[in-house]
Design a protein around this ligand. Structure first.
Ligand SMILES: C[S@@+](CC[C@H](N)C(=O)[O-])C[C@H]1O[C@@H](n2cnc3c(N)ncnc32)[C@H](O)[C@@H]1O
Ligand SMILES: Nc1nc2[nH]cc(C(=O)O)c2c(=O)[nH]1
Ligand code: SF4
Ligand SMILES: [Mg+2]
Length: 247
């Protein structure tokens, strides 16, 4: 098995979405197939090294040379972190599903957390998701609105992706901006409702980046009301780890 390229590995609290506050190990894969204008972690697809915080919160980073084979990555993680003290392992990036083959080798070596694997994904790679769905316990799927990303929304890929993801514990996250409009929100809401109106939706106001600004307070509440007409559980949650200075 060839290695994969990573950006960073750390143990912190989940700062986004309905699992906010839970303790996770974050594995950030390098490289992405999308280009969101607001991205807070744009990654070089082939970094020479990744960083790993040895002691959570201490900023005592070590540098490890890329690429890394799954056996070595899991050994490093188990050397520094106690899996049983973690709710789950977040596979993030970049876009983790680019590395679907690698994930099938990595996950069996990372057993021992309380709830398993949490996949943080842009929701654009349905076939790749299908190949690892049995290894994922929780899925955080973005729907990428053009008003926030400045890239065309891949509506049909998102629909196919959510169909596959709905076999598991999935929620949908939509990053919203001051340009987000009801037309695109209605399309996103229709996709969720048609697959399962019990799937939770989280609106995440953008943290300003790349010239993308957050919506006003009253428009966020209107987005939530619009979604509540079709979906049962709709929350508004900003990126909370930034408020605490956590990684
Ligand atoms: C960096 S992405 C990595 C996983 C995957 N590529 C994705 O987009 O879901 C992790 C999460 O951070 C969110 N995010 C990135 N930049 C953000 C920003 N400036 N404000 C709010 N959320 C942001 C993304 O929308 C995504 O939900
Ligand atoms: N604390 C914390 N929570 C997060 N939730 C999603 C993140 C990500 O970048 O995938 C993230 C992150 O980078 N840090
Ligand atoms: S899909 Fe995720 S990692 Fe890729 S550019 Fe968008 S926010 Fe960044
Ligand atoms: Mg992040």
């Amino acid at each position: 098995m060839l290695g994969a390229h990573f950006v960073e590995i750390f143990s912190s609290v989940q700062g986004e979405g309905p699992y906010v506050g839970l303790r996770q190990i974050f594995i950030r894969f390098a490289g992405c197939n999308w280009k969101c204008a607001f991205c807070d972690t744009p990654t070089n697809p082939r970094p020479e090294y990744f960083t790993m915080e040895k002691t959570p919160g201490q900023r005592d980073f070590i540098q490890v040379a890329n690429p890394v084979k799954p056996e070595r990555l899991s050994e490093l993680i188990k050397q520094y972190y106690n899996l049983s003290h973690h709710h789950s392992i977040s596979l993030t990036g970049g876009e983790p599903l680019i590395y679907h083959d690698y994930i099938t080798r990595l996950v069996p070596a990372l057993q021992g957390t309380r709830k398993g694997i949490y996949l943080e994904t842009n929701g654009t790679l349905p076939e790749e998701l299908a190949s690892v769905i049995n290894l994922c316990n929780m899925i955080s799927m973005d729907i990428k609105l053009e008003s926030a990303t400045k890239e065309k929304t891949p509506w049909e890929l998102h629909r196919e992706f959510l169909k596959v993801a709905s076999q598991r514990d999935v929620y949908v996250k939509i990053v919203v901006s001051n340009k987000t409009n009801s037309h695109e929100l209605e399309r996103a809401i229709e996709i969720i409702q048609s697959i399962d109106p019990n799937i939770e939706l989280v609106f995440q106001p953008v943290t300003p980046k790349g010239g993308v600004l957050p919506p006003t307070n009253d428009s966020i509440l209107r987005f939530q009301e619009l979604a509540l007409s079709a979906i049962k559980n709709v929350r508004v949650i900003p990126q909370t780890h930034l408020m605490m200075g956590q990684l």
